[in-house]
Design a protein around this ligand. Structure first.
Ligand code: ATP
Ligand code: MG
Length: 215
């Protein structure tokens, strides 16, 4: 029997995907927050979920280890999108990718063409492209989390990070100085799987699309 595998990350993406799955008649057999299982069955014999780190979702789908996945646009931009088909905007896990600095840092002067800035981020590719488009020199420092600390201890002038309420920035004396782009999560599909398992995948895409756009 053919079956399909959907890659999801724990936390907000899993939580916000549940209603979309429900609309497609899919109910996970377990909650990954409580279970240590990485492969989770559903009420449908031919649909299973794999629980991956958010930044790994495009990789599982690219290589066909998962047929479909749900990943933030931030993660997809860094990955580059090779081997992935369709980026249906599900309008979930919404936030924005921003530049933030310490309060009082003169960002306007730093970003003049020819200017130079030290930026800490986990979004190296996206940050590089952003500052290059402004004609600036940028020294990028790769971090894996808690980016807010970097400007406070002199590791960088600025950070490129996701912001939703801005509470974490404020709590650490930082301020948002530029929005790079709005972010939401997308459904991605392995190109070969879409052709080979179209009968299973296409109806799911249709339900997700209708539910996400409220039609
Ligand atoms: P971890 O938190 O385990 O280090 P992560 O930060 O990559 O991993 P999540 O925090 O679950 O994982 O984020 C997953 C996706 O959700 C991100 O790629 C982004 O698209 C989105 N996201 C991140 N932070 C927020 C936020 N504060 N509000 C809304 N969406 C967010
Ligand atoms: Mg996180």
């Amino acid at each position: 029997m053919t079956s399909i595998t959907l890659a999801l990350s724990k936390g907000r993406i899993f939580e916000e995907t549940l209603p979309l799955l429900a609309a497609a008649g899919i109910v996970p057999a377990e909650n990954p927050e409580c279970s240590r299982k990485l492969i989770i069955g559903t009420n449908l014999d031919d649909v299973r979920l794999v629980i991956v780190r958010a930044a790994d979702t495009p990789t599982y789908v690219q290589y066909g280890a998962a047929d479909l996945g749900i990943a933030g646009k931030d993660v997809l931009l860094e990955h580059g999108g090779a081997g992935l088909y369709q980026q249906l905007d599900l309008n979930i896990a919404r936030c924005r990718l921003c530049v933030a600095t310490r309060k009082g840092f003169d960002y306007a002067t730093a970003v003049r063409p020819g200017g130079r800035i030290r930026v800490a981020t986990k979004y190296i590719n996206t940050a590089k492209a952003h500052f290059a488009s402004k004609g600036m020199y940028v020294d990028l420092i790769k971090l894996y989390g808690s980016m807010e600390l970097a400007p406070l201890v002199g590791l960088s002038d600025a950070i490129v990070d996701l912001v939703s309420t801005g509470g974490t920035l404020r709590a650490n004396g930082l301020e948002e100085v530029e929005e790079i782009m709005p972010i939401s999560s997308r459904l991605i599909v392995n190109q070969a799987a879409l052709k080979l398992k179209r009968d299973l995948i296409k109806p799911l895409l249709d339900v997700f699309q209708r539910t996400a756009t409220g039609i």
